[in-house]
Design a protein around this ligand. Structure first.
Ligand SMILES: Cc1ncc(COP(=O)(O)O)c(C=O)c1O
Length: 371
């Protein structure tokens, strides 16, 4: 069986360091707001290239508290993509604002900047691009539009930690970056975790207060906040892993390059696109299949290869967003992607044999589909 992701290989590689770091926290007696959280915030801010980083309980909370800190609420609109995980729009709903969808660019699967201007209304407060699968959205174009209309930009970096446009890492380009450390992410904890990054000191301070019941000082509560802390054990684990992240990205990119060479020859498969000035971090290696995608996925499963569809139903067609009034046909590129994309096994430790098995099985499945 070749799984889409195998986290046990990474654990085996880091076992000694991780076990030691966890044992140190357990022995310290300090499990919340301890030195590992503080140090991890500093290390992440340096890695991403922002002045501040605030550790939180999840990527969903990172998006939610970013919007809260920007004072986005009922009556406000936030422009985003319909082709993402539901947490993106959940966060918009959590602050009482309304998601306004814009279709994706079929090459990148990210927000199509050419479609954004038409969606801006007097109620628009922010643009929320998602760097889907690990590929940065068209941030230069998005920042120009946001600047022209005085809009905040919240980057959903959950899938794209370490990805770059030129030398700038995602999470340092918009007003605020939101990260997830869910275990399967490229930098994953062994539980939930998240973070915001920003170079705006006021926003960072506000998010620090919001994550801790709405107060700067213990037992002094200025507004309704939440409990959204990254715990000390997860911070210690993430501190062990962060120094390896760039190496893992290199491994993912090498695997993607090998997949590309093997699959580019296939007419019925489009391999992932990477603009020239952009570094994709291949959280997912996702191809577009011009054949019966679900049938191909079933054939791969029969050969012991796990694949996934991220995401089979675009958000504008999800029941949860029914009241927004969108219908089928509103975002044709997102709808087409939802029926054609297929993510193949991808992790830094994937070896030549695994990769070859995936390529052979995909080849065979496609030839059968066309015969
Ligand atoms: C695009 C996107 N946004 C937000 C999230 C939410 O992150 P978390 O699971 O840490 O709440 C995820 C993670 O699953 C995601 O993929």
């Amino acid at each position: 069986m070749i799984p889409i992701l195998d986290l046990t290989r990474q654990y085996r590689f880091l076992k000694r360091e991780l076990d030691e770091a966890i044992a140190d926290v357990l022995a310290s007696g300090q499990y919340i707001n301890g030195p590992n959280v503080v140090a991890f915030e500093t290390e992440m801010a340096r890695y991403i290239g922002t002045e501040h980083a605030v550790a939180l309980n999840s990527g969903t909370d990172a998006l939610h508290l970013a919007l809260r800190a920007l004072d986005i609420g009922p009556g406000d609109e936030v422009i985003t993509t319909p082709f993402t995980f539901v947490a993106t729009t959940e966060a918009i709903g959590m602050v009482g604002a309304t998601p306004v969808f814009v279709d994706i660019d079929p090459l990148t699967y990210n927000l199509d900047p050419a479609e954004i201007a038409a969606a801006i209304s007097p109620r628009t407060r922010a643009i929320l691009p998602v760097h889907l699968y690990g590929l940065p959205a068209a941030m230069d174009e998005i920042m120009v539009i946001a600047g022209r209309h005085h809009l905040a930009v919240v980057e959903d970096c959950a899938q794209a930690i370490g990805a770059r446009i030129d030398h700038r890492r995602v999470g340092s380009i918009g007003t605020i970056g939101a990260f997830s450390f869910f275990p399967s992410k490229n930098l994953g904890a062994y539980g939930d975790g998240g973070m915001v990054t920003t170079s705006d000191a006021g926003l960072a301070m506000r998010i620090r207060a919001l994550r801790s019941h709405g107060g700067q000082v213990k037992y002094h509560h200025d507004e309704l906040g939440v409990n959204s802390r990254l715990d000390e054990i997860q911070a210690a684990i993430l501190r062990v892993k962060l120094p390896y992240l760039d190496e893992w990205i290199t491994g993912r990119r090498a695997n993607a390059a090998c997949y590309n060479v093997a699959l580019d020859a296939l007419e019925s498969v489009d391999t992932p696109y990477e603009p020239a000035n952009t570094q994709h971090v291949y959280h997912q290696y996702t191809v577009r299949v011009h054949a019966d995608r679900d049938h191909i996925a079933a054939r791969l499963r029969d050969r012991g290869i796990q694949t996934m569809v991220y995401y089979p139903i675009p958000l504008h067609l999800q029941k949860v967003h029914g009241e927004l009034g969108y219908g089928f046909g509103d975002f044709p590129q997102a709808e087409r992607a939802a029926s054609e994309v297929l993510s193949l096994p991808m992790y830094p430790e994937l070896d030549d044999d695994d990769r070859q098995n995936v390529v052979d099985a995909l080849n065979d499945a496609l030839s059968l589909a066309h015969s």
